[in-house]
Design a protein around this ligand. Structure first.
Ligand code: WQD
Length: 336
């Protein structure tokens, strides 16, 4: 698995190990810490193997695959993922996110690895005209170079799998991943000031930030704040286990498939803030400020294809997800 010491990757390692899979993590630690591996071992009792190198290095990537000939499948998370940063540093984003995938696909072919699950994003839909979003909803030009690398990488996988029928690809289009493992031993650890809503909320609740700024309440939504489909990270991790199983057991219906992975429920920023306060009992200071550039107004998923085809459904209630996020934050800050 690439990016296995990251937020979604680490939770997926736990679920894969608990489902009986042997996992080797490849990560360059550019946006995560190696002590996540100790935490994974604490949760599952199994220490994943770890290879520390940059997947955008073609020679190192090929050497890894040729050396690890028992690898059967790849889950590819590793990517730069800060939307705002991608706007100011587009070449770094295209070089890292696209070259890494090209190296992985080339190495899979040369070393006989058959299956790839790719971490994609609902960002490929832009601001959809119709809601909820299904897999037939047309992709729209991405709002950022980051989002564009997700769309480009989906197309690269599609074309490669069509050219190499022995290789099967499956993209999971995540909506908004949030929360933390119930053990509070792994969770989201943004570097610096969090861009995303939930880590900013938990850091505000922990007293690291003065107050949450809500970016705009003049949208065309019931309470004026933007709507998203927030999905629990453990539910999301479990979707990767069923996706890998589908490919390894040859249950895929085409050699490239993609699925929306969300809850099917839209929540506004204010609704999420209120759910956090209700589930944790913490009063969260916030103020309404201007809109954030690049934000879309509303998006949530139609998840019937994943529910019916993958037999997967999000089950963790939002209050539990937010409570787990808060428990993780308190653990990280040694708060009671
Ligand atoms: C959610 C809502 C903000 C912070 C991004 C990426 C997407 C995916 C998930 C990787 C928005 C509001 C936020 C804050 C706020 N990432 N907000 N105050 O932008 O929906 O999606 O992360 O795959 O690709 O685009 O997530 O958490 O940044 O924002 O009001 O301090 O919270 O305006 O409405 P987003 P987010």
């Amino acid at each position: 698995m690439t990016g296995g010491t990251g937020f979604i990757g680490s939770h997926t390692v736990v679920e894969l190990q608990q489902a009986g899979y042997q996992v080797v993590i490849v990560d360059d630690l550019s946006n995560s810490k190696v002590d996540v591996i100790d935490a994974i071992e604490k949760i599952t009792g199994i220490r994943p193997e770890f290879a520390n190198f940059d997947l955008s290095d073609r020679a190192k990537t090929l050497a890894f695959f040729l050396k690890n000939s028992d690898v059967k499948a790849v889950i590819h998370f590793a990517a730069f993922k800060a939307v705002g940063e991608s706007v100011t540093k587009p070449l770094e984003y295209y070089r890292n996110n696209v070259n890494s995938l090209l190296n992985i696909l080339e190495s899979m072919k040369l070393s006989g690895v058959s299956s790839l699950v790719f971490s994609s994003s609902c960002t490929v839909y832009g601001q959809p005209k119709q809601l909820p979003v299904t897999e037939s909803t047309p992709r729209l030009p991405a709002e950022s170079p980051y989002g564009n690398t997700k769309a480009i990488n989906e197309d690269i996988i599609r074309d490669f799998c069509h050219a190499e029928p022995s290789i099967k690809g499956l993209a999971l289009r995540y909506f908004n991943p949030i929360g933390a493992h119930p053990s509070a031993l792994i969770g989201e650890s943004p570097v610096g000031v969090p861009n995303n809503l939930v880590p900013y909320i938990t850091q505000t609740a922990a007293g690291l930030r003065k107050e949450l700024s809500i970016f705009g309440n003049d949208y065309n939504t019931p309470d004026g704040t933007p709507i998203r489909d927030y999905i629990d990270v453990v539910d999301l991790a479990k979707a990767h286990v069923v996706a890998i199983k589908r490919l390894l057991e040859g249950k895929n219906k085409a050699n490239y498939e993609f699925f929306n992975i969300g809850t099917g429920r839209g929540l506004s920023v204010l609704e999420l803030v209120n759910a956090f306060m209700k589930s944790t009992g913490v009063n969260l200071p916030y103020k309404i400020v201007g809109r954030r550039a690049g934000d879309i107004e509303k998006i949530w998923a139609d998840t019937s294809l994943a529910n019916n085809e993958l037999g997967w459904k999000a089950v963790v209630p939002i209050e539990e997800t937010l409570l787990n996020a808060w428990k993780w934050e308190k653990n990280v800050r040694n708060l009671k």
